[in-house]
Design a protein around this ligand. Sequence first.
Ligand code: B16
Ligand code: MG
Length: 222
Amino acid sequence: MTDYTAAIFDLDGVIADTARLHFAAWIQLASEEGFQLPPNADNRLKGVDRMASLAIVLEGAARRYTTDEQARLADRKNRLYQTLIHQLTPADLLPGAETLLNTLAAWGIPLALASASKNAKAVVEGLGIAGRFHTIADAALVRHPKPDPEIFLMAARGLGVTPARCIGVEDAAAGVTALKRAGMYALGVGDPIVLREADRVVPSLAALDPADYFTAPANRSN
Ligand code: B16
Ligand code: MG
């Protein structure tokens, strides 16, 4: 077993079942504009920031949108998404998330959130887990989106832990690449083929034993 110091979590698709809400908002926007999303959009949109997501969505459009129009479309999608996340409750936590966060908190492991979403704070508040995180890397301050390591390095700095002592948990290929570039252990949640760069892939957080990576207080020597 390798003993790590801290854990950094992606949000959408790891802790919360919000990918379907992002997707529903994009579908509604496209339908209001009279076009359909391109094939495989659901997978391609995971972990990608808002404007990069819009570029994928607009592959399905019949015409080009100006930069101003694109900014307005992104705002409209965000308002649709914000309406949907108002309905989030702890029931929208993904399997194993609550137990894992509770165990790590009880063991005194510092936890951070590193999400591409500018709505991350509102989402964790809706889920009732905002107090679990010692720091939330602010997506609004990140200049280089995943697969750049910037957001994970920002989260590690917020925790005061060196990257090599951090485990990062991700559901998107871009996020796993970002973790490896940050010099962290990359734990993938989801499809091992999509997440082949990860150090290990589990089907959900419910399959994870925290003792594989962290020492429980009762087993610590000091
Ligand atoms: P927003 P993550 C990502 O979050 C989502 O996976 C992605 O679908 C979304 O477009 C992105 O956040 C930006 O979200 O529009 O709310 O700022 O997976 O990094 O937690
Ligand atoms: Mg994600």
